[in-house]
Design a protein around this ligand. Structure first.
Ligand code: PEP
Length: 249
């Protein structure tokens, strides 16, 4: 059965010392064996994070990677580089990457293929923008995002996929989808996977919600039957808040 997951995306925050302090503060936390906890520090701190989390159940993931195996891509990081430092998980398709670095579902398909060829687990982010929600096209948008980037995968490859539904209008805005809105979309996503593949596969996929989750709203969202945890931005930067969110899952 699918596990619950709480993952913190630290984005371009925290220097080396701050990263170490945050990890040390999270390490003593006790959480259920049914729950996975992940943190995504900046590339520069991944080696340190990997070392510091040894002996704990905190998992480290990268925030991005390039689709190419290697070559003339100044400033980029490959899957092989991540693998070589023990990082076997990556966030792909975050809305900030889509908005500021022109990532599209088609280009993300290339990243997904490369990550899977390196046996990496992927937290795949997607979700509609505010105008799409307002015009009622959010279900269609999400369907296209998933179909384009992921629906060519084999059932076996799906064992490496964690979905993160993140309505763009709720990211870093303080605006959260209501628990009912989250549940409605997550159930829809699961039904899409069931129609394309089958119900057993659909039931095995962890679907996280992301968008202004805080200690105060986490348990209401996490208690929805098709919400399997969250991808947390701002509130993952404070050990106290992130710990409280983990305890709510
Ligand atoms: C995110 O960036 O994935 C996110 C969910 O951010 P926040 O929690 O700050 O809205």
């Amino acid at each position: 059965m699918r596990k619950k997951i709480v993952a913190g995306n630290w984005k371009m925050n925290n220097n080396k010392r701050e990263t170490a302090e945050l990890i040390q503060a999270l390490k003593p936390l006790n959480f259920s064996t049914d729950l996975r906890v992940m943190v995504a520090p900046a590339f520069t701190h991944l080696v340190q994070a990997e070392e510091l989390t040894q002996g704990s159940r905190i998992e480290v993931l990268a925030q991005n990677m390039n689709a190419a195996e290697s070559g003339a891509f100044t400033g980029e990081i490959s899957a092989a580089m991540l693998s070589s430092i023990g990082i076997q998980k990556v966030i792909l398709g975050h809305s900030e990457r889509r908005a500021y670095y022109n990532e599209t579902d088609a280009s993300l398909k290339g990243k997904v293929t490369t990550a899977l060829s390196h046996d990496m687990e992927i937290v795949f982010c997607f979700g509609e923008e505010l105008d799409q929600r307002k015009s009622g096209s959010h279900f269609e948008v999400v369907k296209t995002q998933l179909e384009t980037a992921l629906f060519d995968l084999s059932p076996e490859q799906w064992s490496k996929i964690i979905l993160a539904y993140e309505p763009v209008w709720a990211i870093g805005t303080g605006e959260t989808a209501s628990p009912e809105q989250a549940q409605e979309m997550h159930a829809y996503i699961r039904s899409l996977i069931a129609s394309k593949y089958d119900q057993t596969l659909a039931d095995s996929i962890s679907i996280l919600y992301g968008g202004s989750i805080k200690p105060a709203n986490a348990s209401a969202i996490f208690s929805q039957s098709d919400v399997d945890g969250g991808l947390i931005g701002g509130a993952a930067l404070k050990a106290e808040d992130f710990s409280a969110i983990i305890q709510s899952a």
